[in-house]
Write a protein that binds this ligand. Structure first.
Ligand code: ATP
Ligand code: MG
Length: 385
C-alpha cells in the first residue's frame, strides 16, 4: 500500500494542501502548533473517518470555513503485486450536513465499503491508553484493528450494536410501561450469535498478537521483560469458573449469563454484559502492567503492541500498511528510537517531530517536510546534508 498524493482543503489549520508523496519514510518537522499532528490526523481520518484524538467531525473543519475536503490517492497494494490498483478516498465534511465518503469516486452507502481500504498503523504518545486507559479504550483499539483487517468483523460489530440498541430500548420500555418481557428476550438469540463471532475473532487475534508483540517486547526491553496479553471477557472471573465447561461454547454460555443477569439489566436499564463490555489485560513478567509497570515500561509495552499490528496487517491481509508516528520518537531513548526507526524504514511512513536533530544520523534516508502554520515545504537541504 502506498499513498501517492494528499489533498486537503480547510482541514484543521490547512487552508489548502496538495502534496505529492514518495515511497519510504517522511519526516514532518516544525515548531509547536504548526500542523504536524493535524497532517497525521488527516491520513488517519481518511482510513477510519474518525480522529485518533477522538475529536468531533465538526472540530476538523477549519475555523471560519463551513466545510472541508480530504482526498488521498493511493496504490492499493505493492507496486509489483498483481492486485495493485490506483484508488482514491474522498471525505467531505460539512457543518450542516452528513459527512460524505467516496471510494474511487463512488459515494459509499455503508461504512463496511470503506473501512480497511486504506490500511494504517498509527503511533502516538497517547497510545499509553492501551495500558492505563479504560476497557473502552482497549476495545476501541481492538475493534479498529480488527475492522481494517477483517471486513466481516466490522459488519458483525455494527450488527451487534444494532441488536444491542434494540434490546436496550426494549428494557427501557419495559421499565416505563411494563410492556411484555419477551420483547426484550426476542433479541437474545441474535445477540449471542453475533457475540460468538466477535469474541472468537478477538480471542484469536489477541493470541496471535501475543506472540508477535512479546517477541518485539523482548527486543525492546533488552531481553529483560516478558509481555503477555489475555482476553478478559464475559467468561472471566466468577463467570469463568462457573462456566468452565461451557468455555468454547460461547453461545450457550452467554445466553445463560443473559438470563442470570436479567434482573441486573432491568435495574440498570441496559444490557450489562457482553462483548461491548469486554477488555484485555496486559502483563509484564506475570504482573498486571496497569497496576505495576513504571511509566517507561508502559510506554514500551504500548509500543510493542502497536508495532505488532504492522506485522499482523501484513501477514493476514498481504498488504503492507502505511505507518504514522506522531511525536513518538522524542519520547524514546536513543537505543529504542533506533530500533523503531530501523523497523519502520521498510514502510511508507510519516512521522512528526519538533526536533529534526534527533534524526541526524539517518537524515538522508528521509524526505524531510517542514510545516509552518499549515503550509508544507520540502527541506531539500536536510536531504542533501
Ligand atoms: P505540537 O508540536 O505542539 O504537537 P502540532 O504541529 O502537532 O504541534 P497541531 O496539533 O497539528 O500542532 O495543531 C496546529 C494548529 O492547528 C494549532 O494551533 C491548533 O489550534 C490549530 N487547529 C486545530 N483545529 C483547528 C481548526 N478546526 N481550525 C483552525 N485551526 C485549528
Ligand atoms: Mg502535535
Amino acid at each position: 500500500m502506498q499513498i501517492k498524493n494528499i489533498e486537503l482543503r480547510d482541514f484543521r489549520n490547512y487552508k489548502s494542501l496538495n502534496l505529492n508523496v514518495s515511497e519510504g519514510a517522511h519526516i514532518i518537522s516544525g515548531k509547536n502548533a504548526q500542523g504536524k499532528s493535524n497532517f497525521i490526523e488527516a491520513i488517519y481520518y481518511s482510513a477510519f473517518s474518525r480522529s485518533f484524538r477522538n475529536a468531533k467531525d465538526k472540530e476538523l473543519i477549519r475555523d471560519g470555513a463551513d466545510n472541508c475536503y480530504l482526498k488521498i490517492d493511493f496504490l492499493s497494494d505493492d507496486f509489483n503485486s498483481k492486485n495493485c490498483r490506483e484508488e482514491s478516498i474522498i471525505i467531505y465534511l460539512d457543518k450542516n450536513s452528513k459527512k460524505k465518503i467516496k471510494v474511487n469516486d463512488i459515494v459509499i452507502r455503508k461504512m463496511s465499503e470503506f473501512i480497511g481500504k486504506l490500511k494504517i498503523s498509527c503511533f502516538t504518545p497517547e497510545d499509553l491508553f492501551l495500558i492505563s486507559g479504560s476497557p473502552s479504550d482497549r476495545r476501541r483499539f481492538l475493534n479498529r484493528e480488527l475492522s481494517q483487517i477483517y471486513p466481516a468483523y466490522f459488519r458483525n460489530i455494527i450488527d451487534y450494536h444494532n441488536v444491542l440498541n434494540q434490546r436496550n430500548t426494549a428494557i427501557k420500555q419495559y421499565k416505563t410501561n411494563q410492556s411484555d418481557v419477551n420483547l426484550i428476550k426476542i433479541w437474545d438469540d441474535s445477540l449471542v450469535d453475533l457475540a460468538e463471532k466477535i469474541i472468537n475473532k478477538r480471542k484469536k487475534h489477541l493470541e496471535e498478537m501475543n506472540l508477535v508483540s512479546s517477541k518485539l517486547h523482548k527486543e525492546l526491553s533488552g531481553k529483560k521483560e516478558k509481555l503477555d496479553l489475555s482476553y478478559k471477557g464475559i467468561f472471566h472471573g466468577k463467570n469463568y469458573s462457573k462456566n468452565i465447561e461451557k468455555y468454547g461454547k460461547i453461545k450457550s454460555g452467554f445466553k445463560e449469563l443473559l438470563e442470570e443477569n436479567f434482573e441486573t439489566d432491568l435495574k440498570y436499564g441496559y444490557t450489562t454484559i457482553g462483548p461491548h463490555k469486554d477488555d484485555f489485560e496486559i502483563f509484564i513478567n506475570g504482573k498486571e502492567a496497569k497496576k505495576f509497570a513504571s511509566q517507561g515500561q508502559k510506554k514500551l509495552s504500548a509500543l510493542s503492541i502497536k508495532m505488532s499490528q504492522i506485522d499482523m496487517i501484513k501477514e493476514i491481509t498481504g498488504t503492507i500498511p502505511i505507518v504514522l508516528l506522531d511525536d513518538v520518537s522524542s519520547e524514546l531513548d536513543e537505543e529504542r528510537r533506533i530500533f523503531l526507526l530501523d523497523y519502520i524504514m521498510g514502510f511508507q511512513s510519516f512521522m512528526t517531530t519538533t526536533d529534526i536533530e534527533i534524526f541526524k544520523d539517518k537524515k538522508n534516508k528521509f524526505r524531510n517536510i517542514v510545516v509552518n502554520n499549515g503550509i508544507l515545504k520540502e527541506d531539500i537541504l536536510a536531504r542533501i546534508k
